[in-house]
Design a protein around this ligand. Structure first.
Ligand SMILES: Cc1ncc(COP(=O)(O)O)c(C=O)c1O
Length: 361
C-alpha cells in the first residue's frame, strides 16, 4: 500500500508567508511588514482581554452573542446574519468549504490576498486569476472568466497587496452580472481606511438584500487586535446557516470576543488610529518616491511601491532589514518588483525615512 496522499489541489498550495518579524542582529526590529496597527490597540480592549483571564477554565460562548450584538448595533445590521471567525481568514475558509467542490472554480483578481487561494484549493477547487488594470481590480476581466464551473469570486476593496480601491459602482456591476449561484465574497479588511471616499462602500448594503454576497470585516487592522484572531462575515440567512453548520463550535475565544466588544466601544482609539494612518500616508509615499520608487495610490494603512526591477526591490528590502527595518517584498504575490510598507508610528516612520535615504543603490 502506498502512503496516504492529500487531495490533488493541496500540492498546488503555496503556504502562506507572514510578514517577516525578525531581522538578524536586532532584538526589536521595526516591523512594517504586516499592516498591523502602529498605535497598538485600545487600552479598554486590553483591559477586557486581561479580565477574561478570570474565566480561562470555561469554554467561550460558542455563538458569540454579545459580540455579534455589538457588531450589529455598530453597523445597524441583523446579528443573526453575522458569523464570527478566527480572523476573517476563517470566514474565507468556511465559504470555500461550504460552496466549493473538486472541479469547481474560484476567481480572484491578479493580485489577491493569499489566504483565499489556500482556502479554495484546500476545498479541492481550481483558482483562476483575472488580470488587473494598472494594479486596480478589473471587474470586466473577472466577469470574462466566469463559466459554469465558477462558484465563488473573491474581491478585497481596498485591496492587499496593492492598497488600491475601485468605486463601489464597479462592485455593484460585478455583482449584477454574476450568475446568482456564485458567491461573491467582499473582503473589507481595510474598509475603515476608505470610508471617507464618496465612491466607496464596503458592501454591507448590498449584502443586506443579495442572496449571494458575503461581506467580511476584521478586528486585526483598525482595531489592532490581530493577535486575538477575530473577524466576521455578514450574509444572507441561507449562507449564514451553511457556514454555522461547519464552523467549529468555539472558534473565537472569550478574550477575543471581550476585547473586540471593548474595541468597538472605544471610538476614540479607532478615530485616532484612522487619523494617524491618514496623516502618515503622504510622508511614507514621499519617502518612497524620493528613493526612486513609484507608489501606488493607497486607501489602506500601507503603501505599495514599485521598483524598476525585482533586484532593486530586493536590495531595498534587504538593505532595510540589515538596518533593522522590516518591510514586505511582494515576490510571492507575483509582484517581484514591489515593496509593501505599513504606516508605522512617528518614530518608526522617521527611522524608515532616515534609513531609506542611507541606502544608495
Ligand atoms: C485583504 C485581507 N483580508 C484579510 C486579512 C486577514 O485578516 P484577519 O486577521 O481577520 O484574518 C488580511 C490581513 O492581512 C488582508 O490583507
Amino acid at each position: 500500500m502506498s502512503a496516504p496522499s492529500p487531495k490533488a489541489t493541496i500540492a498546488g498550495i503555496r503556504p502562506y508567508q507572514a510578514g517577516k518579524a525578525k531581522a538578524a542582529g536586532f532584538a526589536s526590529p521595526i516591523k512594517l511588514s504586516a499592516n498591523e496597527n502602529a498605535l497598538g490597540c485600545s487600552p479598554k480592549a486590553r483591559a477586557a482581554y486581561s479580565a477574561a483571564a478570570d474565566t480561562l477554565q470555561l469554554y467561550p460562548d460558542p455563538q458569540g452573542v454579545a459580540l455579534r450584538t455589538a457588531i450589529a448595533a455598530q453597523h445597524d445590521i441583523d446579528p443573526d446574519r453575522i458569523v464570527l471567525g478566527a480572523g476573517s481568514d476563517e470566514i474565507f475558509s468556511l465559504v470555500c468549504q461550504a460552496y466549493l467542490s473538486p472541479g469547481d472554480t474560484m476567481i480572484q483578481p491578479q493580485f489577491a490576498f493569499a489566504a483565499w487561494a489556500i482556502a479554495a484549493k484546500a476545498a479541492g477547487a481550481n483558482v483562476i486569476s483575472a488580470p488587473e488594470r494598472d494594479y486596480h481590480v478589473d471587474v470586466d476581466a473577472i466577469l470574462a472568466r466566469v463559466d459554469a464551473s465558477t462558484r465563488v469570486v473573491f474581491v478585497a476593496n481596498p485591496a492587499n497587496p496593492t492598497g488600491t480601491m475601485i468605486p463601489f459602482a464597479d462592485i455593484a456591476r460585478l455583482h449584477h452580472a454574476l450568475p446568482s449561484n456564485v458567491v461573491l465574497v467582499l473582503d473589507g479588511a481595510y474598509a475603515e481606511f476608505a470610508e471617507h471616499r464618496q465612491d466607496y462602500e464596503d458592501g454591507l448594503r448590498l449584502a443586506r438584500t443579495a442572496d449571494n454576497v458575503v461581506l467580511t470585516r476584521t478586528f486585526s487592522k483598525l482595531y489592532g487586535l490581530a493577535a486575538l484572531r477575530v473577524g466576521w462575515g455578514y450574509a444572507a440567512p441561507k449562507i449564514v446557516d451553511a457556514l454555522n453548520r461547519i464552523r467549529l463550535p468555539f472558534n473565537t475565544s472569550t478574550g477575543g470576543q471581550a476585547a473586540a466588544i471593548a474595541a468597538l466601544k472605544d471610538s476614540e482609539f479607532a478615530a485616532r488610529s484612522l487619523a494617524h494612518v491618514r496623516d502618515g500616508l503622504p510622508g511614507l509615499q514621499s519617502a518612497l518616491t524620493e528613493a526612486g520608487l513609484v507608489t501606488l495610490p493607497s486607501v489602506t494603512n500601507f503603501v505599495t511601491a514599485l521598483a524598476a526591477t525585482p533586484d532593486i526591490a530586493q536590495a531595498f528590502e534587504h538593505g532595510l532589514a540589515e538596518r533593522g527595518i522590516l518591510v514586505r517584498g511582494l515576490a510571492n504575490y507575483d509582484m517581484p518588483n514591489a515593496l509593501r510598507v505599513t504606516v508605522g508610528d512617528s518614530q518608526q516612520m522617521q527611522a524608515f525615512e532616515r534609513v531609506l535615504q542611507d541606502i544608495r543603490l
